[in-house]
Design a protein around this ligand. Structure first.
Ligand SMILES: Nc1ccn([C@@H]2O[C@H](COP(=O)(O)OP(=O)(O)OP(=O)(O)O)[C@@H](O)[C@H]2O)c(=O)n1
Ligand SMILES: C[C@](O)(CO)[C@H](O)COP(=O)(O)O
Length: 212
């Protein structure tokens, strides 16, 4: 985003991206505790006006997987059976989608992720296309991603120790041959990565607020 401050503190309407995201997670009845991985040098988080005893602050890591592992370590004392991992940069997530993910995982007793079927024609190449990729079984991984707590912790910890590339929790579970259900989620659950995503997120949040 080429910003001077972390993108989770960009304002959308009267709140930061992070507050919008956390408000969504706090509305999910099954969520008992939320660990937020925040850089140790961050001075903004503690000034945000969250009034929830559900929230705990943990240290962020250099990579996403390290942040997640730190957060899982902080949750150990609560002895959770399951955990949902969500990107701060996805404030548009739909609470009904999260509840649907939770139901599927609990019913099947298997982990799963919100995901969206790829709907565009996909090309392979750098400056020129070297071909079109069949997309019948291609999905875009979204978050939250929900897994049995101890299995995820051990998969992430082994993957980090062995230098395996982990861009989401599902990749650590796949590497350990653990099942990952693909649960269709709304495609407007976008990750704010570029300035265009931010503009779209502002528009979508105002639309969501008009619906509620
Ligand atoms: N060291 C890191 C990096 C990322 N994340 C989390 O991973 C999510 C997805 O990462 P992404 O936003 O794609 O990556 P960043 O490195 O945060 O951002 P950017 O690509 O815009 O630089 C973020 O919302 C954040 O919640 C994290 O916890 N710790
Ligand atoms: C978890 C994720 O948002 C799923 O789409 C994504 O993998 C985050 O990874 P990034 O490499 O930080 O974009």
């Amino acid at each position: 985003m080429q910003l001077s401050h972390p993108k989770q503190y960009l304002k959308i309407e009267d709140k930061t991206v992070l507050e919008h995201t956390l408000n969504k997670m706090m509305r999910v009845p099954n969520v008992c505790v939320i660990a937020v991985a925040v850089s140790d040098s961050d001075t903004v988080f503690d000034k945000l006006a969250f009034c929830s005893e559900k929230l705990i602050r943990t240290s962020g890591g250099k990579e996403r997987a390290e942040s997640v592992l730190n957060a899982l370590d902080a949750l150990l004392e609560y002895k959770p059976d399951w955990v949902l991992v969500h990107d701060a940069a996805r404030p548009l997530v739909d609470v009904t989608d999260i509840e649907n993910l939770i139901s599927h995982c609990l019913e099947a007793q298997q982990g799963g992720i919100l995901a969206a079927k790829v709907k565009d024609t996909i090309k392979r190449g750098s400056s020129h296309s070297s071909g079109t990729v069949p997309r019948d079984d291609l999905w875009q991984a979204l978050t939250p991603q929900m897994f049995p707590f101890m299995t995820l912790r051990s998969a992430l910890s082994c993957a980090l120790q062995q230098g395996v590339a982990i861009t989401d929790e599902a990749s650590a579970m796949e590497w350990q041959q653990q099942p990952v259900q693909l649960i269709p989620g709304r495609t407007d659950n976008i990750k704010i990565t570029t300035p265009e995503d931010y503009d779209l997120a502002c528009f979508l949040i105002s639309k969501q607020h008009k619906r509620v």
